[in-house]
Design a protein around this ligand. Structure first.
Ligand code: GLO
Ligand code: MG
Length: 345
């Protein structure tokens, strides 16, 4: 069945297998190699951290950053690849050990904001107006270590500085409830959209939803997606899967819970995701056990599963579902979904 979805991933999604307990299991690859893989898979766009676009960004002047971003833009144009978004990587630097925008150290908060402004400059050169904010270290390990109400003020200050820096950019907050922090300050889509209302330009602050992050928050990814879409605020999407409350697994889409994946796709279909140019991104990683020759399978498989589920959603007997809803026969509705997913006996 024809579809009109456009797909993307980031260079970090071709990861090399390291985890906190062991080193890489696949050879290190260059950015050029990763770009070539994206092309070979037929994906339309790439997501970027600021330092994926301009390596060693903290060592470079603003002019040099712009120059290198310009070189990258020419390469992407030459390959016919779009930059979907740019995200400040605010969790690697010695200046962000205690958080970035919410650090207790004012110097470090300044660093985080300045770096985010450079990210915006890069995004403009790469031709995207979308800045993604995964607020990785904005939270605590020890609750008494920070003032959570002040943290909201710090976050709003940072968002306002970014909005003022460029009147055309949009900020998409990517909520995640934990990891690396014990508790994060913006754990759900509701928090993200509430935060938007306190900024100088709420209509330019929206959200990116990642399936696994919803599961880690004990929430239903499809409901979170629907909530953001009801506000017109779902500007990007990281589809993947997660087996319960464990470390952030970034499994292939549908790998753990096919029915939840079906529900996510159904919500996207029913609410017209992609019609404003939004991309379907897969924030997935190969398993550590994956051999180099199977390096791309998790991305290809996620897209295959997504497209199979688009077909499943479009062939679902919605008229019958409406009758069952009207009759409050949710028992039969439940089985209708299960048998549709199972296919003919
Ligand atoms: C981690 C996040 C991360 C972000 C990426 C873009 O849990 O999902 O992968 O999506 O850094 O900001
Ligand atoms: Mg993500």
């Amino acid at each position: 069945m024809p579809h009109d979805y456009q797909f993307c991933f980031g260079p970090w999604n071709l990861s090399e297998g390291q985890d906190p307990y062991g080193p890489t299991t696949r050879p290190t690859q260059t950015f050029d190699w990763k770009l070539a893989q994206l092309k070979s898979l037929g994906f339309a766009a790439m997501m970027f951290h600021d330092d994926d676009a301009v390596p060693d960004i903290d060592q470079k002047s603003a002019a040099q950053i712009l120059r290198e971003a310009g070189e990258l833009k020419r390469r992407l144009d030459g390959e016919g690849i779009v930059a979907e978004m740019v995200a400040p990587r605010l969790w690697f630097s010695p200046h962000t050990i205690d958080g970035a925008y919410t650090s207790n150290d004012p110097e470090h908060r300044r660093y985080a904001i300045e770096r985010s402004l450079r990210t915006i400059d890069i995004a403009r050169v790469l031709g995207t107006d979308l800045i993604v904010l995964w607020l990785a270290r904005e939270g605590t390990y020890v609750r008494e270590a920070k003032d959570p109400a002040r943290a909201v003020e710090h976050l709003v200050t940072a968002l306002d500085r970014m909005l003022a820096h460029d009147p055309t950019i949009r900020l998409a907050i990517e909520p995640k409830p934990n990891e690396p922090m014990d508790h994060a300050y913006v754990p759900t889509i509701g928090h993200a959209l509430a935060l938007a209302t306190l900024t100088r330009d709420p209509k330019r602050v929206g959200a990116l939803i990642e399936s696994a992050h919803c599961i880690l928050a004990g929430l239903d990814p499809g409901d979170e997606i629907a909530f953001a879409m009801a506000f017109g605020k779902l500007w990007s999407l990281h589809l993947n899967d997660q087996n319960g409350l464990k470390f952030d697994q970034d499994k292939p889409f549908g790998s753990t819970n096919l029915r939840s994946a079906f529900d996510q796709v159904r919500v996207l279909e029913r609410n017209g995701y992609g019609r404003q140019g939004e991309y379907v991104c897969f924030d997935v990683h190969p398993f550590r056990t994956t051999r180099p020759e199977h390096w791309l399978a998790h991305l290809d498989n996620s897209r295959r599963t997504f497209l199979r589920l688009v077909d499943k959603v479009r062939s679902f007997d919605e008229a019958r579902a409406r009758e069952l809803v009207a009759a409050r026969d949710y028992q039969a509705l439940d089985q209708l979904v299960i048998e549709h997913l199972l296919g003919p006996a």
